[in-house]
Write a protein that binds this ligand. Structure first.
Ligand code: SF4
Length: 226
């Protein structure tokens, strides 16, 4: 699994505790959940955040879209750092960029999310973007059939269609993430080299030590005896 595009902790990761029934699930939590449920729990239940090279680079890339601005050019109104919410689904977050394209039916929202890396094997980025689209549809009352992911490594926009499959996946991830957060329980570590070695929480998580139910006390006793 490729490294996750970490989000800036000051804006998206370290938001208010999420365990209350009436508190929306942050869109960033969905991305963390897909990458690793334990990572999601460490950040959104235990409130742990560590920054590594990947998070720092991701934060720098996001910083240019970090302040609420509105500008209009060639029929496209562009809003940066736009707060989003879907009350019915109980999700909220901040979009890097939302373009509003002029159509015969009025302005149509088009979310664009910036990522430091390249397209990945998992669908976390698409689910994040689709969750933004679900918010924009509820907020604007207009359809949002597609958006785009901009990757720093390829310097290209990748168009994402919000088809029924992606919408269903996003709704399922929202349900699963809410269940995890409401449980208040952090799942055990499952060490996977590619995923864990790129995770900024590897030192807090200790996946090699705690994976597969290894007994920490037994390990400590053994270490002390040596
Ligand atoms: S180190 Fe691995 S198991 Fe631990 S939170 Fe990160 S990805 Fe998940």
């Amino acid at each position: 699994m490729a490294e996750i595009d970490q989000e800036k902790p000051s804006v998206k990761a370290l938001e208010p505790p999420l365990s209350s029934e009436n508190t929306p699930v942050m869109i960033s939590a969905l991305q963390h959940y897909i990458y690793c449920p334990r990572r999601c729990a460490l950040i959104h239940i235990e409130r742990i955040w560590s920054e590594n090279r990947f998070t720092a680079e991701g934060r720098l890339l996001h910083d240019k879209a970090n302040q609420l601005t509105v500008e209009k050019r060639k029929g496209v109104r562009t809003v940066t750092a736009m707060p989003l919410e879907n009350e019915a689904l109980g999700i909220a977050g901040v979009a890097d960029v939302v373009e509003f394209h002029a159509t015969a039916q009025g302005e149509q929202p088009y979310p664009v999310e910036y990522k430091r890396g390249k397209p990945k094997e998992h669908r976390a980025d698409e689910v994040q973007l689709c969750a933004q689209a679900l918010c924009l549809e509820e907020m604007s009352g207009k359809p949002c059939p597609e958006g785009a992911l901009y990757y720093g490594k390829t310097r290209r926009r990748q168009v994402v269609l919000f088809d029924e499959l992606l919408r269903a996946l996003t709704r399922q991830v929202i349900t699963d993430t809410r269940a995890l957060i409401d449980s208040g329980k952090t799942p055990p570590a499952q060490y996977e080299a590619k995923r864990c070695d790129a995770c900024s929480l590897v030192d807090d998580c200790q996946p090699k030590l705690l994976a597969h139910g290894r007994n920490v006390n037994a390990w400590l006793q053994k270490t002390l005896r040596e």
